[in-house]
Design a protein around this ligand. Sequence first.
Ligand code: DQA
Length: 150
Amino acid sequence: MRKELMTRTVFVLNGPNLNMLGKREPGIYGGKTLADIEADCKAAGLNLGIEVDFRQTNHEGVLVDWLHEASDRADAVCINPGAYGHTSIALHDAIRAIGTPVIELHLSNIHAREEFRHKTWTAPAVKGVICGFGAHSYILALQAAKQLIQ
Ligand code: DQA
């Protein structure tokens, strides 16, 4: 099949505590649940012509496993690593280990918050970082993914 006719797959990976969205500090993270954001991402995927494989885990190693899986099964990855972005060299290494382009995203503007959130270990390993647009950060990340894999 010609490449442009093939469906492109984007993994949207979510790290710890993001399953609590909706209840979790809504003044910072907004009122949408993760299920709402998944539905928004799937709808955006339809418009962009990409299949969205949306996942969440509270476990660092599972995110590492999913990044490895993405190297065979995804054309791009959008990841909200949650707090693991600030702590995990394993995630940095996993992103660097795969050829698949990775985009980091955060709901909140991590640079406008506590100093310990200003740096992520993942940022130097990814193509780019989107933060501060609430749930819309996910849609912006999917648009960037689409442009990267076109
Ligand atoms: C977050 C920002 C992180 O600092 C925090 O630990 C999260 C959510 C965000 O989406 O704004 O869990 O990644």
